[in-house]
Design a binder for this molecule. Structure first.
Ligand SMILES: [Zn+2]
Ligand SMILES: [Zn+2]
Length: 235
């Protein structure tokens, strides 16, 4: 399998080493690498600081992940202090009273919310990387990639939909067939798991696949779970 670029090399390693949606895994690693760069090189970068201030820092996950880099405590302290100063500035800029932090016309939604996946710079970096990974995968689509993707259990629903949107017709057809087959298999495994909970069939052993079918389904529907324990960085 020729490897013309780093994205494909990383994807191939992920597909060999990890189960589940390779695009999710690639995005997580890419986000972690981005944070690593921020911690060590860009902590005092004016443009990034302004962007972070505008969005009030990183999302909950990436803020926690910042603390997992060895030696990055100083960078985290510098960033978080700047964010807390911004929170204080916003607080002081509003007049006292219940309505000051609330959007006009809204009864419950704060107008200055902390970042989520749509505003966190690291999440946005992840999403751009995930799209790039799908584009590279599709541009180099062949039987080897089909085999690797099939073995990993395929993509999560959101990445599958994006891949389908970006894929040429023939590739889209293969993608669709693969995921349809896998999801149908999963439905059968869940059926079996549910059936074996009945007292009449409890003597039947639950297979390993049936035992993890719920977890796999959740990963397909919501994306691979995020873990701050990940230590590997993409190149
Ligand atoms: Zn995914
Ligand atoms: Zn984030």
């Amino acid at each position: 399998m020729p490897q013309p670029n780093a994205t494909l090399e990383d994807l191939e390693i992920i597909l060999h080493e990890q189960e589940g949606c390779p695009i999710c895994h690639y995005g997580r690693q890419s986000g972690r690498k981005y944070l690593d760069g921020v911690m060590y090189e860009s902590v005092n970068d004016f443009g990034l600081r302004q962007r972070l201030i505008k969005n009030m820092g990183f999302c909950e996950f990436h803020s926690q992940e910042m603390l997992t880099f060895p030696g990055a405590k100083l960078g985290a302290a510098i960033i978080e202090q700047a964010m807390l100063k911004e929170a204080l500035r916003r607080m002081e800029a509003t007049s006292p009273g219940r309505n000051s932090f609330f959007s006009r016309g809204s009864k419950s939604e704060p107008s200055h919310s902390t970042p989520d996946r749509n505003t966190c710079p690291a999440c946005l970096h992840e999403q751009a990387s995930e799209r790039r990974a799908i584009e590279e995968l599709l541009a180099h689509w062949d039987d080897d990639w089909v085999g690797l993707l099939e073995k990993s259990g395929g993509m999560c629903f959101n990445h599958f939909v994006l891949a389908l949107y970006l894929a040429p017709k023939a590739t889209a057809k293969t993608l669709k067939q693969m995921h349809e087959r896998q999801w149908r298999e999963l439905i059968v495994q869940l059926d079996e798991f549910i059936r074996k909970q009945d007292y009449r069939f409890r003597h039947e052993a639950i297979s390993e696949e049936e035992g993890v079918a719920s977890r796999r389904t959740i990963a397909i529907l919501t994306g691979e779970p995020r873990s701050v324990i990940q230590t590997k960085l993409v190149t």
